[in-house]
Design a protein around this ligand. Structure first.
Ligand code: BES
Ligand code: MN
Ligand code: ZN
Length: 494
């Protein structure tokens, strides 16, 4: 992991330097010093490149003199419009633009200490790489960047702001590692075991296996898992950052639930071969919940939070469930399984019901790579959000805009219920092609009791990215960790 440090502003005598340039302002501080030390090379490069510090613009200068190997100037846009997202993205541009240097100093004297920490956060998020299985990569092809030093006069403020941001980034890294792992390595049992390590952060971790879940009568979840040689697990993670160990006067916890299908072949309703390898990330919802819990505990959030993940593998085999099977969910409601590929909702049904029975949460947010239809509707820019609660929905939308992990509200409506009516059970698990993401959400809503505030995030289009983005390299995104961490920070901490 990129090593981030903070130091007093002083022009480095050698190596790489990143400059944060506010749009349309005169050189000052380290920027002016670097320009002077290089005999005006930086100003000349800016003129030739027509670089004025516009947001998202960069200017790269090689060997400008004064011992500097590279200078990368990153535009911050107009000072009056500067926000967290721009600062993070500037950090991301530094991490992606200076990969050939082992150590980089960032002249962060033009921003506050807290803002310097946000730049560092963006750099760390962008510097993520999953290279556990590359054994033959040439050293010259590997990114070298290992140390980032932020030069700021506001050292204590920067360091204080950095602590929670580093914890959040560690949560994001954990999620990305989970999602990137192939399914032969990351079975339900393996993922549960890795979650056990979260106990080191003060999280109470409980793991339920097939015996415990049979006893509880998790018929919907177990039906999905019965075709696989890999046993299912449910992991329950509790972070009591508000109440600590005291049992009295406890407020209801907030609750996050993740779909954790470690591989989705579709089961007997098997998927086509092309692109099936992508279904190793059908546990991204669960990965996000684990990373979120790590982030909350890592920054000692003053909140009581529970995270629950349902872990199964959806396989076709002689023991697999068949189309037409009827299962009885933990809630007692029966489900006719028309299509074994609509398995995520079956897993969530039991975990959601358990969450409410056991914890009586203030609200529930579930995350799931639930439907291909949400990708048709929203593409790869917004996650689909379904909610029975306007306040929760509004908060999620607003927080999405701030963090860049955006969600778009979709409808819930009884009118869709006719599509999931069954002739022999309480409901069927698919509603046909029209509004496929909505009927999936309507299905889930049947496992929300007493109108409890609930939001469902369909992250099928967001969990994985085929191209680099400002603070997210290509691959596993960890979508939802920063969104939900901020939701908690802004609205639910005491
Ligand atoms: N995990 C898939 C959804 C998915 C598809 C995520 C493509 C990412 C990319 C889910 O379990 C699934 O198979 N859904 C079906 C539902 C259908 C059978 C009603 C789908 O979307 O095709
Ligand atoms: Mn499926
Ligand atoms: Zn699935």
């Amino acid at each position: 992991m990129l090593d981030v440090t903070f130091a007093k502003p002083a022009l480095p005598k050698a190596g790489a330097l990143a400059l944060l340039i506010p749009e349309g302002e005169e050189p000052s501080g380290l920027w002016a010093q670097a320009d002077e030390a290089t005999g005006g090379a930086i100003s000349r490069a800016f003129t030739v490149a027509e670089f004025k510090g516009g947001k998202g613009k960069t200017c790269s200068i090689l060997a400008p003199g004064a011992g500097l190997t590279r200078v990368l100037a990153v535009g911050l846009g107009k000072s009056a419009e500067l926000n967290r997202r721009t600062l993070e993205e500037a950090g991301g541009a530094i991490a992606s633009g200076l990969t050939r240097e082992a150590a980089v100093a960032v002249a962060a004297d033009s921003v506050t200490g807290a803002q310097a920490a946000e730049v560092a956060s963006g750099a760390l998020l962008r510097a993520y790489r999953f290279d556990r299985y590359r054994t033959k990569e040439k050293p010259e092809d590997k990114p070298k960047l290992a140390k980032l030093a932020l030069l700021t006069a506001e050292l204590p403020k920067a360091k204080a702001a950095w602590e929670p941001l580093a914890a959040i980034a560690r949560g994001v890294y954990l999620t990305r590692d989970f999602v990137s792992e192939p399914a032969n390595v990351l079975s339900p049992a393996e993922m549960a075991d890795r979650c056990r390590k979260l106990a080191e952060l003060g999280i109470k971790v409980e793991i339920l296996g097939p015996k415990e879940m049979s006893k509880l009568r998790f018929g919907a979840l177990l039906g999905v898992s019965q075709g696989s040689a890999n046993e299912p697990r449910m992991v329950v993670m509790q972070w009591n950052g508000a109440s600590g160990n005291s049992r009295r006067a406890k407020e209801k916890p907030v609750c996050f639930i993740g779909k954790g299908v470690t591989f989705d072949t579709g089961g007997i309703s098997i998927k086509p071969a092309g692109g099936m390898e992508d279904m190793k990330w059908d546990m991204a919802g669960a990965g996000t919940v684990a990373g979120l819990m790590a982030a909350l505990a890592g920054r000692k959030a003053k909140v009581d939070a529970v995270g629950l993940i349902g872990l199964v593998e959806n396989m076709p085999s002689g023991t697999a469930q068949r189309p037409g099977d009827v299962v009885t969910s933990y809630s007692g409601q029966t489900i006719e399984v028309i299509n074994t590929d609509a398995e995520g909702r079956l897993v969530l049904a039991d975990v959601m019901w358990y969450a409410q029975q056991k914890f009586d949460p203030k609200f529930m947010v579930d995350l799931a790579t639930l439907t291909g239809a949400i990708i048709i509707g929203l593409g790869h820019e917004y996650a689909g959000m379904f909610s029975n609660d306007d306040t929760l929905a509004q908060r999620l939308s607003d927080t999405g805009r701030e963090t860049g992990e955006r969600v778009w509200r979709m409808p819930l409506d009884e009118a869709y219920d006719k599509q999931i009516r069954s002739d022999i059970a309480d409901m069927k698990n698919v509603g046909g092609r029209p509004g496929g993401s909505i009927t999936a959400a309507q299905f889930l809503q049947r496992f929300v009791s007493n109108n409890r505030p609930w939001a469902h995030l369909d992250i099928a289009g967001m969990a994985w990215s085929s191209k680099d983005a400002p603070v997210t390299p290509k691959g596993a995104t960890a979508f939802g960790v920063r969104l939900l961490d901020r939701l908690v920070a802004d609205h639910y901490e005491s």
